[in-house]
Design a protein around this ligand. Structure first.
Ligand code: ZN
Length: 372
């Protein structure tokens, strides 16, 4: 086999739910059959695994944590606790993201099954529930915050969508989004949830102004007045909480001011979102991490323009929501790679995390190459 480590991350096509998608799925499945038919010995496989596991960094990402007292239903703390117990028992190295970046650059010992944990957005539960949970396992965490959210300038548009669908007295809603008429029937709680998800996905794909006007129209037809401040369910952490967590070892990085998808923002807004969020963070915390987190974080959500501004502003790296491994060789060789670090989600599921950190995906992908 060739030794193109870039292949590993770039073509990893598992979705959030671990389901296989994309053009490599067929080849991937064939790999098992091919393996059974080849004389590839156990020791060859083992040495392959060992080689692939070395020099790689795994970054895990988390969004919200369930908080039954407030009604937040999201990632389960018990699941995360089991994951952290497993990682500690298996002696995985848990390091801060900035240390992982240094080691990807080649400073310090090579990465070997090493893990960094990140949290996105800046919700209250991430410090109230997440910070003590990770601290109990001495697991460093870097949290990426949308600074305008913490500054009380906004709450997230997707939460407003949830709020509208949750509270509307209407049983049916019809409106146009991107010149397409959509209709939702809202009889059960499940209908409200799936309508909110559908509307959010549609709104992500339209330009910023159109998204805002669609949200306004939605609120109007739903007969809901969206409050200026978010209810506790959708509330941010405060800067005081940020500083208290920083004293206990959590670090913070910028995630824009207002959380727009940068690729759909104007040049001017794009620059402002990056620069102002970095300035605000530097003003509020002692040790801001010069690593940026792209809103939405898929390959189409950022590009050379964003990378150029990040470089000019002095960032060392940036993280995406694309699942995959980060290798020192590609980090050092490609600028694009440094500003598109990969992360795995679904981290309250032990089977998923075992799959990510054991390198099982890497081995399967490598076998795909052998079979070609
Ligand atoms: Zn985000």
């Amino acid at each position: 086999m060739g030794t193109d480590p870039d292949y590993v991350g770039r073509h990893l096509t598992t979705t959030e739910h671990g389901r296989l998608v994309g053009t490599h799925a067929g080849a991937y499945m064939n790999a098992f059959g091919t393996l059974a038919n080849t004389a590839l010995s156990f020791s060859a496989v083992r040495s392959l695994v060992t080689r692939l596991l070395r020099r790689g960094g795994v970054i895990l990402r988390l969004h919200r944590l369930s908080d039954p007292a407030v009604g937040v239903v999201d990632r389960e703390t018990e699941g995360i606790r089991r994951v952290l117990e497993f990682l500690r028992a298996e002696r995985h190295e848990l390091i801060a993201l900035d240390e992982m970046i240094s080691r990807l650059k080649g400073d310090g010992p090579p990465l070997d099954r090493t893990i960094a944990v990140t949290i996105d957005d800046g919700y209250y539960d991430q410090v109230a529930i997440g910070a003590p949970l990770f601290a109990a396992y001495d697991c460093p965490v870097t949290t990426f915050v949308a600074t305008g959210f913490l500054d009380g300038e906004l709450w997230f548009w997707w939460d407003k969508v949830k709020y509208v669908f949750r509270h509307t007295p209407r049983r049916e809603i019809r409106l146009d989004v991107a010149s397409q008429e959509i209709a939702y029937t809202l009889l059960e709680a499940e209908d409200r949830k799936s309508a909110a998800m559908d509307f959010t996905e549609r709104a992500k794909r339209v330009p910023q102004e159109e998204k805002e006007s669609a949200l306004e129209r939605l609120a109007a037809v739903a007969e809901i007045e969206i409050p200026q401040r978010p209810p506790q369910l959708f509330a941010p952490m405060t800067w005081d909480q940020v500083r208290a967590c920083e004293k206990n070892g959590m670090t913070f990085g910028p995630h824009t001011v207002t959380h727009p998808i940068l690729a759909r923002a104007s040049d001017e807004q794009c620059r402002r979102e990056i620069e102002v969020s970095w300035e605000r963070l530097q003003a509020e915390v002692d040790r801001p991490v010069p690593v940026f987190c792209y809103p939405n974080g898929q390959p189409e959500d950022f590009g050379p323009r964003e990378i150029e501004i990040l470089r000019e502003t002095g960032f060392a790296a940036a993280v995406t929501t694309v699942p995959g491994y980060n290798l020192a060789a590609t980090f050092q060789a490609n600028l694009e790679d440094r500003f598109a670090l990969r992360r795995f989600g679904n981290i309250d599921s032990l089977p998923n995390v075992i799959r990510f950190v054991s390198g099982a995906d890497r081995v399967r992908l490598a076998l795909t190459r052998i079979s070609r």
